[in-house]
Design a protein around this ligand. Structure first.
Ligand SMILES: [Zn+2]
Length: 155
């Protein structure tokens, strides 16, 4: 089963909420995006690129990302019990890559699949894990599906 690495769900962006600061009316030709957690604007939209729709979308991005992350983890919970068809699986991968892109993760990864064994309890299973493109196998210990310790790895 695919399990998202929790470290890819942590972001270092300015805290929400983001709001449209001065400017930001349809007749204005500029706006700033502000956060109560930062003194200066976190984003300036200059006359050339200013569109109110863009400003709204930027302000909505942090909560959209949080919801997308929750949805991704929920999909991973459902996968073993649900009969996902190819469209569902494609949607899952699209969602996952969009979240990765938002977090600055490269799309240069691929999947490793093979027999795994747990050092702690000896449980063996067929593992599927995302690895960097330059890797030939998992680089971090895998969670054992039996004892749930991070002691699994390629057999
Ligand atoms: Zn184990």
């Amino acid at each position: 089963m695919i399990r998202t690495d929790p470290t890819m769900l942590v972001y270092d962006a300015t805290e929400m909420p983001w709001t449209i600061g001065y400017g930001g009316k349809p007749e204005d030709d500029y706006a700033v995006i502000t956060s109560p957690h930062k003194e200066r604007a976190i984003c300036n939209l200059e006359p050339r690129d200013f569109k109110l729709e863009n400003a709204r979308l930027i302000c909505a991005a942090p909560p959209l990302l949080k919801v997308a992350q929750k949805l991704l983890l929920w999909m991973e919970e459902c996968m073993p019990a649900c009969d996902f068809n190819q469209d569902d699986i494609d949607l899952y991968h699209e969602l996952r890559q969009t979240i990765r892109t938002a977090g600055g993760f490269s799309s240069e990864t691929h999947w490793w699949q093979g027999p795994c064994i747990c050092d702690a309890c000896g449980h063996a299973w067929q593992g599927v894990v995302e690895i960097p493109v330059e890797a030939t196998g998992p680089r971090v210990p895998l969670e054992c599906s039996e004892c749930h310790q991070m002691r699994g790895g390629p057999a």
